[in-house]
Design a protein around this ligand. Structure first.
Ligand code: NAD
Ligand code: UFG
Length: 338
C-alpha cells in the first residue's frame, strides 16, 4: 500500500513515516519544510534502510496535489501538515487558517477527485477546551478553543464530520493527541523546534544541554498534586504506532471515528522536571512564573476507546520518554543541523 504523508518531515510525521516503512508501506511525503528539515528523512533511511519519496510543496497547492495523486497510486493519506504554535496563531490567524483549514479542505478536494477516501487527521486534545472531569473521553463535548490554532483543529474536525455524513465513501480517523514527547530510541531522530521552544519537554532538554539558562514554570498555584500543570505525555513512537493501527482500522470501514491517543496518566511539570533530571543526570534550574494565558490546570486521556477499537495502547513510560529525549538532545544539541 502507498501512503501520502503530509508534513512527513516534521516531528510526528517523520516518526510515523519510519513506522510505515518498517511495516512495509510505501510512503510519499509532501512537506514545504517551513518547520522541518529534509534531514529527518535521512535519519529515517539510516534507521530502516528504506526511503520515502519527498515532494517539496504546499498542501494548499491543488495542482501539485492533483499531480501527486495522478503519478502515485495513493491508497490513504495521513495528514500532519500544518502550523502548530499556539502563541504565533494569535498573532498570525490568517496564516494559521490558511495552512490548517484551507490546506485540509484542498487536500480533501484533491483526494475526492482522485478517488482516495481514507484519511487520518492529526487533531488535538485542545478541542476539548477545559473539561470539568478527568480523564477525558471522546464523547465529552468539544470546548471553545481560546486561540486560532485550536479553532483551526475544531473547524477541520467539523468539516470532516460533515463530509463523512454527506458522502459515506469516506473513512476518516480524527486522532486527538495529548502531549507528544520523546524521540526515536536510536537518538537519530527527535523534535527539532525552530527558535525558543514553546513546549515543556523541548524547553527542559535545551536547559539541560546548556542552550537555555533556566526553565520558567508557568504557575504553581493550580489545584493539582503539587500546584503545577498536569498533562498526559505520550511517547512519539507510541503515537506513530497509533497511526498505523488507525490506518489499518479505517481501511476496512467507512464514516468518521474519533480516538484519543494518550497514556491515561497525568504528570505535573515538577514531576517531568524531576524525571528529566534523573534520565539526563543534569540539573534543570527553574523559576516559578505566573500562569500562562490559556493554560488549563490538568488534562489527561481516557485511552480505552483506542485500546478496544484499535488494539492500541501506549507502552513507553515517562522515564523512557525523558531518556529518549535526552539521547537525541545530547547527541544533537542543535537539532538536525548537528
Ligand atoms: P511539525 O511542525 O514538526 O510538523 C508539521 C509539518 O508540516 C512540518 O514539517 C512543516 O514543515 C509542514 N507544513 C506546515 N505547513 C505546511 C503546508 N502548508 N504545506 C506543507 N507542509 C506544511 O509538527 P508536529 O508536532 O509533527 O505536528 C504534526 C501535526 O500534529 C500538526 O497538525 C499538529 O497541529 C498536530 N498536533 C501536534 C501536537 C504536538 O504537541 N506536537 C499536539 C496535537 C496535535
Ligand atoms: N510549561 C511550563 N513552562 C514552559 C512550557 C510549558 O511550565 O516553558 C507548562 C505549561 O504551563 C503546561 C505544561 O507545561 O502546564 C505543558 O505545556 P506544553 O506547552 O508543553 O503543552 P500544552 O499542554 O500547553 O499544549 C500541547 C500542545 C498543543 C496541544 C495540547 C493538547 O502544544 O498544541 O498539548 O494536545 F493542543
Amino acid at each position: 500500500m502507498k501512503i501520502l504523508v503530509t508534513g512527513g518531515t516534521g516531528y510526528i510525521g517523520s516518526h510515523t513515516t519510519l513506522a510505515l516503512l518498517e511495516a512495509g508501506y510505501e510512503v510519499v511525503v509532501l512537506d514545504n519544510l517551513c518547520n522541518s528539515s529534509e534531514a529527518a528523512l535521512h535519519a529515517v533511511e539510516a534507521i530502516c534502510a528504506k526511503s520515502a519519496l519527498l515532494i517539496r510543496g504546499d498542501v494548499c497547492d491543488r495542482a501539485l496535489l492533483d499531480r501527486i495523486f495522478q503519478e502515485h497510486a495513493i491508497d490513504a493519506v495521513l495528514h500532519f501538515a500544518g502550523l502548530k504554535a499556539v502563541g504565533e496563531s494569535v498573532r498570525k490567524p490568517l496564516e494559521y487558517y490558511q495552512a490548517n483549514v484551507c490546506g485540509s479542505i484542498t487536500l480533501c478536494q484533491a483526494m475526492a477527485a482522485a478517488g482516495v477516501f481514507r484519511l487520518v487527521f492529526s487533531s488535538s486534545a485542545t478541542v476539548y477546551g477545559a473539561p470539568e472531569h478527568m480523564p477525558i473521553r471522546e464523547d465529552f463535548p468539544t470546548g471553545t478553543p481560546t486561540n486560532p490554532y485550536g479553532q483551526s483543529k475544531l473547524i477541520i474536525e467539523n468539516v470532516l464530520h460533515d463530509l463523512c455524513a454527506a458522502q459515506p465513501r469516506w473513512s476518516v480517523a480524527l486522532l486527538r493527541y495529548f502531549n507528544p514527547v520523546g524521540a526515536h530510541a536510536s537518538g537519530l531522530m527527535g523534535e527539532d523546534p525552530r527558535g525558543i521552544p514553546n513546549n515543556l519537554v523541548p524547553y527542559i532538554s535545551q536547559v539541560a544541554v546548556g542552550s537555555l539558562n533556566e526553565l520558567s514554570i508557568f504557575g504553581d498555584d493550580y489545584p493539582t498534586v503539587d500546584g503545577t500543570g498536569v498533562r498526559d505525555y505520550i511517547h512519539v513512537v507510541d503515537l506513530a504506532d497509533g497511526h498505523l493501527k488507525a490506518l489499518q482500522t479505517i481501511s476496512g470501514g467507512s464514516g468518521i471515528n474519533v480516538w484519543n491517543l494518550g497514556t491515561g496518566d497525568g504528570y505535573s511539570v515538577r514531576q517531568v522536571v524531576h524525571a528529566f533530571e534523573q534520565a539526563s543526570g543534569r540539573p534543570v534550574p527553574y523559576r516559578v512564573e505566573p500562569r500562562r494565558a490559556g493554560d488549563i490546570a490538568e488534562c489527561w486521556a481516557d485511552p480505552s476507546k483506542a485500546e478496544q477499537e484499535l488494539g492500541w495502547t501506549a507502552t513507553r513510560n515517562l522515564q523512557e520518554m525523558m531518556a529518549d529525549t535526552w539521547r537525541w538532545q545530547s547527541s544533537h544539541p542543535k537539532g538536525y543541523l548537528e
